[in-house]
Design a protein around this ligand. Structure first.
Ligand SMILES: Cc1ncc(COP(=O)(O)O)c(C=O)c1O
Length: 305
């Protein structure tokens, strides 16, 4: 947890890319696998299969490899090249869907692919991060307590949403720890989590083509949306001004904070927390590549006009 310099805020950032395998998603991966082994849902012959655009797949692949269980990630073209290369080396097999679903994303295609495989029978375990309570309980029991150990009070937490695990678990724990805290959900334009109009999206790790089932247990006070361009600009800001090399959802949260407090002239600085769920290393050919940014800016203009 680091404190960032800010004129109008007491701003803190949790560097979740310091976790094993470089992202926040090792928390639910470990918690779900451990619970499912203990309850007998996974045995030594089970194949774990999951839909993930990157970080969750990398975390599951790494743990499954260590404990000798087969893992099949179902990925899509938005995955960054280094993750795909990693999964090709570490997973038992990789399935890559290519058709966008009716919302413009790939999630529904990925989920249907898994449903087809699992319905044929066989010893499969599908963590199903969008539905599995252990996804959010992982954050409730780990990240929530870790924040609590370091911060005496907190006014706001800005949390990026994809499967909903982080915000559901963290919001429940933080509300217990800080009675006045406001939980702000950060979503990306074009995502359908909070019933917005779908739009083609390019940044993985934030947003979704559907509302995750587990989100109904989240304690959210406000929802804010940022554009992909705003998220990218804030990734550069995070690096240039604060020396933090964050991924797309880190930039999205910072962009949301900047927009939210832009007209604020409060005398007391509110204490604000956001997360860096992964690092910029995996986005070196996308967010941190000017040509890619120009290309998606053009696509966004085309979509808007
Ligand atoms: C980079 C990144 N940020 C944020 C999230 C959002 O977390 P959650 O799925 O818990 O909503 C994810 C999830 O995959 C992620 O990979």
């Amino acid at each position: 947890l680091v404190k960032l310099e800010s004129e109008n805020l007491d701003l803190h950032c949790k560097l979740e890319f310091q976790n094993f395998m470089g992202s926040i998603k090792v928390r639910p991966a470990y918690y779900i696998l451990r619970n499912s082994i203990e309850s007998g849902l996974i045995n030594k012959d089970t194949t774990v299969i999951e839909s993930s655009s990157g970080n969750f797949a990398v975390a599951l692949a790494s743990i499954c490899k260590q404990i000798g269980i087969k893992f099949i990630p179902v990925i899509d073209p938005n995955i960054n090249k280094s993750y795909e290369d990693f999964l090709n080396s570490f997973a038992f097999k990789t399935i890559k869907v290519s058709e966008r679903d009716e919302t413009g994303g790939y999630l529904l295609t990925r989920v249907r692919t898994i449903e087809n495989i699992v319905s044929e029978g066989g010893n499969y375990f599908w963590p199903n991060q969008y539905k599995n309570k252990n996804n959010f309980l992982a954050y409730y029991h780990s990240l929530g307590n870790e924040v609590g150990e370091e911060m005496n009070d907190l006014d706001y937490a800005f949390i990026g949403v994809s499967s909903g695990g982080t915000i559901t678990g963290l919001s429940r724990r933080l509300k217990e720890l800080y009675s006045k805290i406001k939980i702000v959900a950060v979503d990306i334009e074009g995502s359908m989590i909070f019933n917005q109009k779908p739009k083609k999206r390019f940044i993985p790790g934030i947003g979704s083509s559907k509302t995750p089932e587990i989100l109904k247990d989240a304690l959210i006070d406000e929802v804010v949306h940022v554009s992909e361009i705003e998220a990218i600009e804030s990734c550069y800001h995070l690096f240039d001004k604060h020396g933090i090399f964050g991924g797309g959802s880190s930039g999205a949260s910072l962009a949301a904070i900047k927009n939210y407090f832009k007209d604020d002239t409060l005398t007391k600085k509110p204490k604000v927390l956001f997360l860096c769920p992964d690092s910029g290393t995996s986005y070196i050919n996308t967010i941190y590549n000017k040509e890619w940014v120009n290309k998606i800016s053009e696509e966004h203009n085309l979509v808007i006009s």
